[in-house]
Structure formats: C-alpha cells, structure tokens
Design a protein around this ligand. Structure first.
Ligand code: HEC
Length: 136
C-alpha cells in the first residue's frame, strides 16, 4: 500500500515536471538558456548582429544556415538538397518555433554538424537566438 501511494506520488511529480518543462520552452527561455551557457563558458551573452553574420556565412563546409532557411528567415525556406519547403524560423512569423527543447536540440545538433562539422557553441546558439527573436 505504502509503495502504491509512493508510486502514485512519484508519477504525479514526474507529470508535473514534464508539464512545467514543456511550458517553459519558448524562444525567450531558449535565449535565456543559451545566454547562461555562454556566460558559464566565459563567452558572454548572445549578440544579434553576430547571429545574423553567423547564419549567413559558410563555416568550412558547403552550406550555411541560410542555404535552407533563407537569408532573413521571416519567410519560408527551401531545403538545399530535397527542395522541401521549410516554415519560417523567426518565432514572430512561426509560433511553433522554439517551443520544444527536444526538437530544438536535435536540429541544432544536426544542422551545426552539417554546416560547421561540429556542434555549435553556446554562444553561437545564443547569437542566432538573439537575432531570430529580434526579427519582427
Ligand atoms: C541542409 C538544410 C539545412 C541547413 C543547412 C540548416 N538547417 Fe536548420 N533545419 C532544417 C530542417 C529540414 C529542419 C526541420 C524542419 C523544420 O523544422 O522546419 C530544421 C530545423 C531547425 C531548427 C529547429 C527550430 C524549431 O524549434 O523548430 C533549428 C534551431 C535550426 N534548424 C537551426 C539551424 C542553424 C542554426 C543552421 C546553421 C548552423 C541550420 N539550421 C542550417 C534544414 C537545415
């Protein structure tokens, strides 16, 4: 009986953490998270001008972020290889963006590997985030 009650409590706790976690994912919360990570790495907070430059530059490989997402991602992009339409990246133009940590982390990892042949640093993510959030 005791253990059943404990399990129920643990389940309820896990659920409320999951709900709170899901609700906490927003463009602003990602910017906060990346800024904090960048500060911890001694690289200071994100900067929108740097983010714009980063997004529109190649980094050794063939592609830049803009190759699929567009130079100013307030509109739709097109995948450089598959030509599939990619919905706007700027959160003001696409409310679904930056609302799911699993998705954001997965695509940052994957796209940074394609573009930079490594993962992006916290500051690079903070820079991109600061720029995207500012696009109105
Ligand atoms: C080869 C094409 C391609 C390139 C280059 C590319 N992306 Fe993406 N990106 C995608 C696709 C495809 C998705 C997933 C489909 C979608 O979300 O519309 C995506 C999704 C994302 C997401 C998920 C955002 C969200 O919350 O929905 C982020 C963040 C992202 N890309 C950042 C970047 C950054 C930063 C770069 C440059 C380092 C980059 N991408 C370069 C194709 C690309």
């Amino acid at each position: 009986m005791q253990s059943v009650r404990f399990l129920a409590l643990a389940g309820a706790l896990a659920l409320s953490f999951a709900v709170a976690g899901a609700m906490a994912d927003s463009p602003a919360s990602f910017l906060e998270r990346f800024n904090a990570d960048a500060r911890n790495a001694g690289e200071g907070p994100g900067n929108a001008a740097r983010g714009q430059k980063f997004f529109n530059q190649t980094h050794g490989n063939e592609w830049k972020c803009a190759a699929c997402h567009g130079a100013v991602p307030t509109g739709k992009g097109e995948h450089a290889v598959t030509h599939k339409i990619i919905e706007p990246m700027a959160p003001a133009f696409n409310p679904q963006r930056f609302t799911d940590a699993a998705k954001v982390d997965k695509w940052f990892r994957r796209n940074c590997k394609d573009v930079l042949a490594r993962e992006c640093t916290a500051r690079e993510k903070a820079d991109v985030m600061a720029w995207l959030i500012g696009l109105k």
